[in-house]
Design a protein around this ligand. Structure first.
Ligand code: ZN
Length: 428
């Protein structure tokens, strides 16, 4: 693994400690960090109170400190030790209460007694603390002071986006969320992978065939805001895209299909995962991230969710156990590689191949068929089968799935056939 690739884990480590939310300084610091690495990223700001479809941009939330203090002076659930200790968007508070009253405001997970849960209350003004069940049990009897030094103000919701223009206006789209505080797989991992994809594109292609859009935003309200600003362009230009989440572990590969599972994005991801171990396919009914917005009825973009271990499926999910030990350079690299292969397939070959001949072309006279070994027989078969599906309507992704050959192998076949002038590509 090159030192370049290791950058992703370094970025994740840098950003892990920051307290992020859907608005506020934490989210902004995270965006700024990547805008420095990728100067093509530009900022979009939405004022608090702005209407976006059926939603309203909330007030900006910032927090400096929070803790629970027993009458003995002993502190618990200290925000400075772990920002998950405070319910996200908690209102400021500084009162003395009984232990009985306090317990009602503490979130913990009974069957995961060592984990601090991640809890938010964005749209319902409230406050609360999160502790491990074990810590909660240890709270001594007596009176407590609860202190949350947070602030709401009229401010902004921030989004960073980049459009890397290619020869075609048709876009390949990537979106990930930057609103989660100190959790590694969900989702600083995907933020790092997406930022690395921009770098990869810039460093490896002088001018791309397709245009590429990358969006970093707070989940749900961010994607709704972004869609409200860009719906026409997105609907016109996006040919396929992905929402990225939980891309840092090295356990599974997960596809969260679009509503009907038949978009270019579904096929692209599936074809890039052929022959990889532990691929899990989830229907749209198990969606959870911004594909909810991008694929909603009147938006209807060709977007598929990509995760390593999908949110809700791993025990560390939305807890303090989703820490930097749970993600690895290998996990991040594997995710990057899948997306890189899809980009390379679109750029180095193209998406819709058409045979240049009526009936089968004569492969023998072009010395495209080798006849010696069995291994090569399989190659011959793939070549012939590939051409058999080059009707200009099936994408290389679909053909790859029909042939059950990984996308990279199919791209190799494509390049060979294109060089020998046996296929061309349909413009889209
Ligand atoms: Zn999450």
């Amino acid at each position: 693994m090159s030192t370049k690739i290791k950058k992703m884990i370094d970025w994740a480590k840098d950003l892990f400690p920051i307290c992020r939310s859907i608005t506020g300084e934490g989210a902004r610091t995270t965006l700024k960090y990547f805008e420095k690495i990728n100067p093509e990223l530009k900022r979009l700001k939405f004022k608090s109170g702005t209407k976006v479809f059926d939603w309203k941009i909330p007030k900006e939330w910032n927090i400096r400190n929070a803790y629970i203090e027993h009458e003995s002076g002993k502190k618990f659930a200290n925000f400075k030790n772990n920002n998950l200790h405070v319910v996200g968007y908690s209102k400021p508070i500084n009162v003395r209460i009984t232990k009985k009253e306090l317990i009602k405001k503490i979130h913990s997970i009974k069957n995961q007694p060592d984990a601090i849960p991640y809890v938010t209350s964005y749209y319902n003004e409230d406050w609360g603390f999160c502790m491990s069940e074990n810590e909660k049990k240890k709270l001594p009897d007596g009176k407590y002071k609860v202190f949350i030094d947070s602030k709401f103000k009229k401010g902004f919701l921030d989004i960073s986006h980049a459009l890397i223009k290619g020869k075609s206006k048709k876009e390949i789209f990537f979106s990930t969320y930057i609103c989660h505080p100190s959790m590694a797989n969900d989702n600083i991992s995907s933020v790092a992978v997406q930022a690395f994809l921009i770098k990869y594109l810039k460093e490896n292609f002088k001018k791309t065939k397709y245009s590429y859009r990358f969006v970093f935003l707070p989940e749900t309200i961010g994607s709704i805001s972004y869609i409200s600003k860009r719906i026409k362009t997105l609907k016109k230009n996006v040919i396929f895209g992905f929402t990225l989440s939980c891309l840092g572990d090295d356990k599974n590969y997960s596809i969260i299909n679009s509503p009907h599972g038949n978009y270019l994005s579904d096929y692209a991801l599936e074809s890039a995962l052929i022959n990889l171990k532990k691929v899990k396919k989830y229907s749209f009914l198990e969606r959870g991230s911004d594909e909810r917005q991008y694929c909603s009825p009147r938006v209807n973009l060709p977007i598929t969710g990509f995760a390593k271990s999908k949110y809700h499926t791993f025990k560390q999910y939305h807890t303090s156990l989703d820490n930097l030990n749970f993600i690895s350079p290998k996990g991040l690299f594997e995710s990057f590689n899948v997306l890189k292969n899809i980009i390379n397939a679109s750029e180095n070959s193209d998406i819709f191949p058409i045979s240049n001949f009526v009936c089968e072309p004569n492969l023998g006279k072009r010395s495209l068929l080798s006849t010696i070994s069995k291994r090569n027989d399989e190659k011959n078969k793939t070549l012939k089968n590939f051409i058999a599906y080059c009707d200009g309507n099936r994408s290389i992704f679909e053909i790859s799935i029909i042939l059950n050959k990984n996308l990279q192998e199919i791209v190799g076949v494509c390049e060979k056939l294109f060089l020998k002038k046996l296929i061309r590509y349909k413009k889209i």
